[in-house]
Design a protein around this ligand. Structure first.
Ligand SMILES: [Fe+2]
Length: 269
């Protein structure tokens, strides 16, 4: 039987939009949804309201939500999370939500091989406040990438079927900053770009068949032609998801072992 799963781009703590997508997934019979970061894990009352509402809507819509955290997230909160038996992080009061550690790998019931590598640099970090609206642990580090590669190789996988990231790997066509705002200094631009390069290097190690990312607030598809570190050609179907309030923010797809994602379609309501 076809097992359709869901993906959603950045939500930025947008309660109404998150609810509408979760309800649409539920109505479409999609019970496994991956959110690709800039989810809305925020401190204070607005952050709590978002989590409570998302948890409640997941419950009502029978959706289990798996989140690959981005850059605009409260990483202080992540440190307090517990780990379940499958290696996912979670918060005690929100059982419908699971959060991926960087480099987490898992296999679905059909045998599709998944890997997650969240994090990214904030281009606007110069105008954010540390610990309030910016967290240094947003940075996708060499250690994160090494953990992903180690986990994939430890599983004995030659390739990952579906890789889920927040950032887009360096080198994708048509993605880039064309007009830099004044607050974007060369140092911050270099800090962000270095993370895209790291992600690309990790990608080339695990040669995903499909990759889904967010962060760039653009709807994007690319038939990526890559080269592994050992000189083997590979192809990867890349899907970039736009942000909340964009009608293309959420998609459904059918994961197939050895193929990656098939039948990627925008979730309509
Ligand atoms: Fe982001």
């Amino acid at each position: 039987m076809e097992a359709r799963i869901g993906f959603a781009g950045d939500w930025h703590g947008n309660v109404a939009w998150a609810n509408s997508r979760l309800q649409a997934f539920g109505a479409a019979g999609v019970s496994t949804v991956y959110q690709v970061g800039d989810f809305g894990l925020w401190p204070g009352s607005s952050g709590k309201r978002f989590l409570r509402t998302v948890e409640s809507t997941c419950e009502q819509s029978d959706v289990q939500l798996f989140i690959v955290l981005g850059n605009h997230e409260d990483y202080g909160r992540v440190k307090l999370m517990r780990t379940d038996d499958a290696g996912w992080l979670y918060l005690k009061d929100y059982p419908r939500l699971r959060f991926a550690t960087r480099g987490h790998t898992w296999v679905d019931a059909a045998g599709t091989r998944f890997a997650a590598l969240g994090g990214a640099g904030s281009i606007d970090r110069n105008i954010r406040r540390p610990g309030v609206s910016w967290w240094p642990d947003e940075e996708l580090t060499e250690d994160d990438c090494a953990r992903l590669v180690s986990n994939v190789h430890g599983e004995g996988w030659q390739r990952v079927d579906v890789m889920i990231t927040h950032e887009a790997p360096a080198g994708l066509r048509r993605l880039g900053i064309t007009t830099a705002p004044a607050w974007l200094t060369p140092e911050v631009e270099a800090y962000c770009y270095a993370q895209r390069v790291r992600l690309r290097e990790a990608m080339d190690e695990v040669a995903p068949r499909s990759l889904v990312h967010g962060h760039w607030h653009a709807s994007f598809r690319d038939d990526w032609e890559g080269l592994t570190s050992t000189g083997v050609d590979y192809r990867c179907d890349v899907t970039g998801l736009p942000e909340d309030d964009n009608p293309s923010n959420a998609v459904t797809a059918v994961p197939v072992p050895g193929l990656g994602l098939t039948n990627v379609e925008v979730l309509r309501t």
